[in-house]
Ligand binder design. Structure first.
Ligand code: SF4
Length: 518
């Protein structure tokens, strides 16, 4: 029996998860505050679970998994944030076994924020071995009982019972960022996501947009909205894009600034604002809310729930109070003039301008691809027989060196051997994306630019724009690209492709499908 999971199944219940941030250290006030808050929340069933962040902002903190075991003993379910930034697949698997053994089943699977420089003045190695889709897929396999090849034949492990969710952000400014976010959402749901939590924003038309996206695609997965009790300090930091993926517009910041001069420094206003947003989200059909905020007291969360429930009967009245569009921002659906929300009619995107320039390198790459990487082309057979001939021979190294000469010059190739250039509009995820994302953007891009390298466009803005130029942006949708196989590291990507050793060893039928790249 899970209060959290059961409440999500109950249409009449607005599921509430309260986000708690454990912080750095092991026996600090911040950990005590988390446990005290969880204890209070466990006393009544208004809050169905508490979520525990995993090194938020890329800063090290106590392991969420461990604090989760203490919280479970307090009588309330933890939802452990499980991110990809600091661990490879093996560490993930070990942690998942430990979580399963500790009967912690609720997970929020995230890409995670880029590791930050800390007290030792050194940035730790970003890992990102798997992305959230690979992780969800693996958890789904574990839930069925993992099967591996043992020395004496197949070995089957006990099924786990994880209830794993993922995140989506509807608060993106550009078409490329937003559409590729939704493409990635589809892959997360296909990989087994059992609930989805939105990123942070205050534009209710955007909250409604992702709900409409769920409806037109018949996603039978609960959608939970992130609510943040926004102080002026937090609003300023988010407005300056210092917390990846959290959007506070200038208009909202100015409004909160005026509230700062109130005797209670705007506390009543911000709690009421959050309660009204709760009411709107309940009214429009969200399954729940994920409430966060800095040093929030249990009583404040309780107020938001009670007031939100009370106001939800007239939720439409409050819609106009949350009109915080990103200037010139992209909306996926046409606006509903009556409600101020969205119709279910997607905007016509083919006439919209590209979000990134498409230069000669890509045109040349397309031509090269059409000549040597499509099975029905003569050069494909030549390259394939050369790969067979050179494989393991003394000519393999010069063949590989020639490949690197070209690919480092054109794409800053990192020699992973499991090349994803053809999948992503000839943008290399290993060199151009600090989080090596192969299946869609992380949530941190801002106005089309990268969370980690703000002077560079997000690779999905570049690849989407390149493919859209030729009417092929849907190539970024559909089945996901497997995680990079490090067994191929520093081996020839060309050879691995032609000999069917890399992730693109797909059926001739699919390669034929790619034929229309010409
Ligand atoms: S390139 Fe895009 S997906 Fe990669 S880290 Fe930057 S914002 Fe995220």
């Amino acid at each position: 029996m899970s209060l959290f999971q059961d409440s999500l199944k109950n249409q009449n219940t607005m599921t509430v998860a309260w986000e708690l941030v454990p912080g750095k250290g092991a026996r600090e006030k911040s950990q005590d505050r988390v446990l005290t808050s969880a204890e209070k929340a466990a006393k009544d069933n208004k809050i169905h679970a508490v979520t525990i962040t995993d090194n938020p902002g890329g800063n090290p903190a106590i392991l969420a998994d461990y604090l989760g075991t203490e919280i479970l003993k307090l009588g309330i379910e933890p939802i452990v944030h499980f991110s990809c930034k600091d661990k490879n697949k093996h560490q993930m698997e070990s942690q998942l076994y430990a979580l399963d053994r500790s009967e912690i089943n609720n997970l929020l699977v995230l890409t995670g924020d880029y590791p930050e420089i800390q007290d030792d003045e050194r940035r730790p190695k970003p890992v990102f071995d798997m992305d959230s889709i690979h992780t969800l897929e693996y958890i789904s396999k574990m839930n069925k009982g993992l099967e591996i090849k043992g020395r004496q034949g197949p070995v089957k492990f006990q099924p786990t019972s994880f209830f794993a969710g993922a995140a989506v952000t509807p608060f993106k400014a550009t078409e490329a960022e937003q559409v590729t976010q939704y493409y990635k959402l589809e892959k997360k749901i296909a990989a087994g996501a059992q609930f989805i939590v939105t990123q942070l924003g205050y534009d209710v038309r955007k909250f409604h947009e992702v709900l409409q996206y769920f409806r037109i695609n018949n996603f039978d997965v609960p959608l939970i909205a992130s609510l943040y009790i926004l102080t002026f300090g937090a609003a300023k930091v988010m407005n300056q894009n210092q917390i990846p993926g959290c959007v506070v517009t200038d208009k909202l910041l100015r409004q909160i600034e005026t509230e700062k001069s109130e005797p209670d420094k705007g506390t009543e206003k911000r709690l009421l604002r959050t309660a009204k947003l709760y009411a709107i989200l309940k009214g429009m059909g969200y399954s729940g809310v994920h409430i966060g905020g800095h040093n929030v007291a249990y009583e404040q969360v309780k107020y938001i729930i009670d007031k939100g429930e009370e106001l939800s009967v007239n939720w439409m009245e409050f819609v106009s109070e949350f009109n915080y569009p990103i200037p010139r921002g992209f909306y996926y659906f046409e606006k509903d003039k009556n409600t101020g929300l969205n119709t279910d009619k997607p905007v016509k995107r083919d006439k919209l301008p590209l979000d990134a320039p498409v230069g000669g390198t890509y045109r040349m790459s397309r031509l090269m691809h059409s000549l040597i990487f499509l099975p029905d082309k003569p050069l494909y057979k030549v390259m394939q027989s050369l790969s067979k001939k050179f494989d393991g021979s003394s000519l393999e190294k010069p063949f590989h060196k020639l490949e690197l000469l070209l690919k480092v010059g054109l794409y800053d190739c990192k020699d992973c051997g499991d090349c994803a250039l053809p999948d992503l509009g000839y943008v290399c995820p290993m060199s151009q994306c600090p989080k090596n994302q192969r299946n869609g953007p992380c949530g941190g891009s801002y106005n089309g630019f990268c969370e980690v390298n703000p002077d560079k466009r997000c690779i999905y803005v570049r690849s989407y724009s390149r493919l859209k130029k030729f009417g092929e942006e849907e190539q970024l949708r559909g089945s996901h690209i497997p995680a990079c196989n490090w067994d191929l590291y520093q081996t020839s990507g060309w050879k691995n492709f032609y000999l069917g050793r890399d992730h693109s060893a797909v059926s001739a039928a699919e390669i034929k499908e790619k034929k229309n790249l010409v």
